[in-house]
Design a protein around this ligand. Structure first.
Ligand SMILES: Cc1cc2nc3c(=O)[nH]c(=O)nc-3n(C[C@H](O)[C@H](O)[C@H](O)COP(=O)(O)O)c2cc1C
Ligand code: SF4
Length: 834
């Protein structure tokens, strides 16, 4: 308002006051009306006739303003406010309008009608400036005022927050709130409704009861909860479904995308029965995935808002783990709520040692009551949730920066805040692996004598690697420096008990320690063979000098951070290295040093099939595999490379042309095709294979013949080279290993070490050896010096047919039931050997 305006208002107010005192009542109101009309009219006429009015716009002379560098209110030497005014006083604010070094908080009425409290470090200056310039509307950035405050350095408030509330319904009173709803009514205005209110009845949802279990309690409890709910809540629309978390191929199917239902009309409600383990367990991976999803910018930050609700039932042992009682259940609850899930009932914490089933029933009864209640449930969104997430975000970033090197020093963990052992001695996984015959070395490595080592010791046959590559099974040690894997292959023997992870997240043992103790463990197991009938004395003796190390067994050896040093140590002891990797870790593959033979598992030829067969943890598993193939064809081209195909009927035997594409890309020296072996169906169902999925040898040979044809049709020079019919294994080799019409798929080990010790560069072409006649494709591949044994009553006819395969050059062998007692091993021989 200008000066004239202000003057008119004063006159009007004065006149009205006098008129009221003098005339009173209506007359004074009439007078005020006349004065106001005059004021408005004269102002309008004045303005519209002004030369600077909108009708007669006169552009002001452009004045070049001096460049002013804004200090943002911080002051400092460059700030104009440091210049003194005429009275030699420092100015309080600089030209940009920022108050100098003063933080003020004022309540500013905004034109929108809201009243917001904003920190005026910036805004006041803007307003002042804008007012001077007459440039409305005022540009006030108040978005900052809603930004969660950084809480770095501030101690996290870990005290529990009550975050479930019950919205008062029209006909409900305070008394209506039953014991099953121990929850305060909250002010709905504090609720972020976009992510909160469930309007649907909970009983109309499809209930999923997830569990994770190492010893079976959680499975039992999950079923108990299911039965209780089914019995107590008559109106449940759908029967609850119990699901093992470890069996879910892709957790995203449930925790990023919700289960698909008819036209997406059915809501889902999750109940999670979660045990706790202070040792490494599959839950660690589940928790890691939830956390990663929360921080993954590609994923909607609150994917679980579409759930009608969730609740967690924790199982634990309060007596033995008082400080960590049900800690993983609480963590699961935390991440589900962070992902937008609406907690419909508080986390149950049950000590299975002291409370058990009765407490489970109590918890599930109260949950039933809660499900029956058709009042909408509200999740109270707390601003502090955002603050926490900010803090955690920066913590997570810090963790990312933490290198494996930082957590290991002389094999000891130096930052042991949350780093577990992969397989600690008191864990159920350890016990299970022991039962399966593994010798666990340190906390993440294992050795096991495979059946071919035993068989070769007894002269009853050796492994396919002897036929194809010249490995002596009785001198071979099968070892893995990482019992954990980044896949959950359907044909894997581990049946889902081993730890899984995309990256190394455990304590690390030193390579020297692993090798020394692996050899000790291996020799101890060989020693146990001394009393086994049929063991060949010479082979037994030689077995105490390991000549080969198959880095495979279970798990993913290349995940071990010191894999290169470990291989070097093997070579120093003149032990060859056969490294098998699952094509999911391109970086360590690229950095891998020389190995005797480098395998890459190609478990399926297409993205879809690979997902089904390997159930990989990585989302970009296909790209990772292709990247690994490129590395084989470039940086690692000097190595003796092998594609390992494991054929599983109904999973990966359909698309030969797609396999050929991969061969073209990776250009391996050899392609080893092997029918999957049946390792039993797991109780948990984590291994879905049955005998129907195991191909017959004939099916494997047909596949390989077609494969060779397809490769040749593309001008790729591969052909059938060798076989080990007994284990359904056939070798396709590149024709560069065929010299003068003869195959050279075997390895000259002495030459390999000679080249290695020379320090010169060498390639796969420099240490090949001739494939013996018996190993060539079509000749069966049963190694001479062995006697084939059939199980009682099985294939009597076959025994006669195969008798021709038993070589006359046999080493001293003892067949079961054969009384060549003079060839039996004496105690002295054993002592000498050990
Ligand atoms: C090696 C080991 C570690 C455990 N660590 C914890 C723990 O840290 N906190 C806890 O509350 N319970 C702990 N427990 C107890 C289990 O969580 C409890 O027995 C649970 O019922 C096991 O469920 P499951 O049989 O489904 O695997 C541990 C049990 C074992 C064997
Ligand atoms: S890569 Fe090997 S250890 Fe890992 S899951 Fe597959 S078969 Fe098992």
């Amino acid at each position: 308002m200008d000066a004239i305006g202000k003057h008119n208002v004063s006159v009007a107010v004065g006149a009205s006051a006098i008129a009221y005192c003098y005339f009173g009542g209506r007359t004074s109101f009439a007078l005020v009306g006349v004065v106001l009309y005059d004021m408005f009219y004269s102002n309008y006429v004045f303005k519209s006739s002004s030369p600077t009015s909108a009708n007669f716009v006169v552009e002001p002379e452009p004045v070049e303003k001096k460049k002013h560098k804004c200090c943002g209110g911080k002051g400092g030497s460059g700030c104009c406010s440091n210049k003194k005014d005429a009275n030699d006083k420092a100015k309080k604010s600089c030209k940009c309008g920022h108050k100098k070094n003063t933080k003020e908080s004022k309540t500013v009425p905004l034109s929108t009608g809201f009243t917001n409290k904003i920190t005026l470090e910036k805004s006041i200056g803007d307003i002042t400036n804008s007012t001077k310039d007459n440039s409305f509307p005022i540009a006030v950035d108040f978005t900052q005022s809603f930004k969660p405050k950084k809480t770095k350095g501030k101690k996290k408030d870990t005290s529990k927050k009550v975050i479930i509330s019950k919205l008062p319904s029209k006909n409900s009173s305070e008394e209506d709130v039953s014991a099953s709803q121990p929850i305060a009514v909250i002010d709905p205005s504090t609720v972020k409704s976009a992510m909160t209110v469930s309007t649907d009845k909970l009983i109309n949802s499809q209930i999923y009861i997830f569990y994770s279990s190492l010893q079976g309690a959680s499975l039992r409890v999950a079923n108990r909860v299911k039965d209780n709910l089914s019995n107590k809540v008559q109106d449940l629309k759908y029967t609850p479904i119990v699901i093992h978390l470890d069996e879910i191929d892709d957790l995203d199917d449930f925790f990023v995308n919700l289960p698909s239902s008819e036209n997406n009309q059915i809501n889902s409600l999750y109940i999670l029965v979660i045990p706790s383990y202070d040792t490494d367990c599959p839950l660690d991976y589940f928790l890691q995935t939830l956390q990663e999803n929360f921080y993954d910018w590609r994923i909607n930050k609150f994917p679980l808002t579409k759930l009608s609700g969730y609740t967690v039932l924790g199982l634990g042992d309060k007596e033995s783990w008082p400080e960590k009682f049900c800690y993983q259940a609480k963590k699961v609850d935390h991440w589900l709520s962070k992902l937008g899930g609406r907690r419909i009932y508080p986390v149950g914490e049950i000590c299975m040692k002291t409370e058990g089933d009765s407490k489970v029933d109590e918890w599930s009864d109260l949950l039933s009551e809660c499900l029956k209640d058709d009042n909408p449930i509200v999740y109270q969104y707390e601003q502090s949730d955002d603050e926490d997430s900010d803090e955690e975000n920066s913590e997570a970033e810090d963790e990312d920066l933490q290198d494996v090197e930082d957590i290991v020093k002389n094999g000891k963990v130096i930052n042991d805040t949350d780093i577990k052992q992969m397989v600690s001695k008191n864990s159920p996984t350890f016990k299970q692996l022991k039962k399966q015959g593994y010798h666990i070395v340190g906390s993440h490595s294992g050795v096991k004598i495979c059946r071919w080592t035993k068989s070769d010791l007894r002269g009853t046959g050796s492994c396919y690697k002897q036929s194809l590559f010249n490995i002596t099974s009785s001198r071979c040690m099968e070892l893995t420096p990482s019992l954990a894997c980044s896949s959950k292959c359907v044909f894997c023997w581990r049946h889902g008990t081993n730890p899984v992870s995309k990256t190394w997240r455990w304590e690390v043992d030193e390579p020297e320690y692993i090798l020394e103790n692996a050899l000790k463990g291996h020799y101890a197991m060989i020693k146990q063979m001394r009393g086994v009938p049929g063991v060949v004395a010479e082979r037994f003796q030689k077995a105490f000098k390991v000549g080969h190390c198959a880095l495979s067994l279970v798990g993913e050896p290349i995940m071990y951070p010191y894999i290169n040093r470990f291989v070097e140590l093997l070579h120093e002891k003149e032990i060859t290295s056969f490294l098998v990797c699952n094509a999911q870790h391109p970086e360590p593959l690229e950095n891998l040093g020389k190995v005797t033979q480098l395998y890459v598992s190609i478990d399926a030829p297409t993205k879809d099939e690979l997902r089904k067969v390997d159930r990989p943890l990585f989302k970009d598993f296909w790209e990772r595999m292709l990247q690994c193939l490129d590395i084989l064809n470039t940086k690692q081209h000097h190595q003796r490379t092998v594609f390992r195909l494991t054929l599983v009927k109904g999973f990966n035997m359909g698309d030969i042309s797609a396999y050929a594409d991969l061969v073209q890309r990776g250009s391996p020296c050899f392609i080893e095709v092997k029918g999957a072996t049946f390792s039993g169906t797991s109780k948990s169902g984590s291994n879905p294979l049955t005998m129907q999925n195991i191909p017959f040898y004939e099916e494997c040979t047909n596949f390989v013949k077609e494969f060779a044809k397809e490769l040749q049709r593309r001008g790729l020079d591969y052909d059938l080279a060798a076989e080990h019919a007994h284990s359904n294994c056939i070798l396709l080799a590149h024709k560069k290993f065929q010299i003068n019409g003869e195959w050279y798929t075997h390895i000259d080990f002495a030459k390999f070490f000679e080249l290695l010790n020379s320090g010169k560069d060498f390639t796969h072409m420099d240490y090949m050896a001739k494939t013996p006649e018996w190993a060539l494709f079509g000749n069966g591949g049963f190694a001479p010096g062995n006697t084939r044994v059939y199980r009682k009553g099985k294939n009597k006819q076959k025994k006669q047919d195969d008798s021709s395969q038993v070589d006359t050059n046999m080493e001293t062998t003892i067949k079961p039931g054969n009384d060549i007692t003079d060839k039996m091993i004496t105690t002295n021989e054993v002592k000498a050997a050990v």
